[in-house]
Design a protein around this ligand. Structure first.
Ligand SMILES: NC(=O)c1ccc[n+]([C@@H]2O[C@H](COP(=O)([O-])OP(=O)(O)OC[C@H]3O[C@@H](n4cnc5c(N)ncnc54)[C@H](O)[C@@H]3O)[C@@H](O)[C@H]2O)c1
Length: 242
């Protein structure tokens, strides 16, 4: 049976492209009422609402959640997907590079999670999904500020899961592997070489598209995963297996 999100109000960050766009489209096809957000309102015709939300602005997190509750009455699920992953050799990282990565990837996720939990706790139910990265386990050398932030997201997820579990709010984390997005193709136009490296690293060869990771997010936003909280699930075709 397909994962069903009928009538679930789902707020997602970073939906203009990549994984977030696939989540917004996929969740909508599963019957969800999707509120798609990005720095500028994402252009996704099928979603219920598109809003501007720069996740580095804590006040914007509260504004968005309030707007969603005013329009749809509740927030059933929140996915803190927005992220940036610029690469820097370790000895060229500037304080600004470091702060920007924490501001978007770690703090931006936190303010969204906090604002979502604040509207979920009084209802006694909600699902929050954060996004880490398998680079936390692989230790990719030129992504230090990003990996520090993405490792922090795991701790944040586990802590929040404990904090709001008694109030019915579930908090879990998806750890994507090497997902083939438009942004990746722009960054690495030589996809033949990328495919070779990916195939060597993964237990199951072949690229993972954003649509292939969407069902894991859908599951974590659906009632079927209500017994799961504080967990990290890698979707990486076995890149981090064993
Ligand atoms: N693609 C991968 O291989 C991969 C692997 C591991 C983890 N991830 C994580 O998955 C998430 C999505 O990645 P993606 O590959 O789809 O990236 P992407 O670059 O394709 O899309 C990211 C989106 O986030 C938005 N964004 C950036 N800064 C923002 C801000 N301050 N406020 C609001 N939105 C902002 C961008 O506008 C963009 O639409 C990120 O958290 C990323 O770290 C991706």
């Amino acid at each position: 049976m397909a994962i069903d999100l009928t009538n679930r109000v789902c707020v997602i960050t970073g939906c203009a492209e990549g994984i977030g766009a696939a989540l917004a489209t996929g969740f909508t096809a599963r019957g969800a009422t999707v509120v798609a957000t990005d720095i500028k309102p994402p252009v996704l015709p099928s979603v219920a609402m598109s809003l501007a939300w720069d996740v580095t602005d804590p006040a914007a997190a509260t504004r968005v959640m309030d707007a969603v509750v005013a329009r749809f009455g509740r927030v059933d699920a929140f996915v803190a997907n927005a992220g940036i992953y610029p690469r820097h050799p370790w000895d060229e990282i500037t304080p600004e590079d470091w702060r920007k990565s924490q501001a978007v990837n770690l703090e931006g996720s936190w303010w969204g999670c906090q604002a979502a939990a604040k509207v979920m706790v009084p209802r006694g139910y909600g699902k929050i999904v954060t996004v880490s990265s398998i680079t936390v386990r692989m230790g990719t050398g030129n992504l230090t500020p990003y990996i520090a932030a993405k490792a922090g997201i795991i701790g944040m997820t586990q802590s929040l899961a404990r904090a709001v579990g008694a109030q019915g709010v579930r908090v879990n984390c998806v750890m994507p592997g090497a997902i083939l997005t438009d942004a990746e193709v722009r960054l690495f136009p030589d996809q033949e070489t990328v495919l070779k490296k990916v195939n060597e690293a993964q237990a199951i060869p072949g690229r993972i598209g954003p649509e292939a990771i969407e069902p894991t997010f859908a599951f974590l936003c659906a009632v079927e995963s209500d017994a799961i909280t504080g967990q990290v699930i890698a979707v990486d075709q076995g890149m981090t297996a064993g």
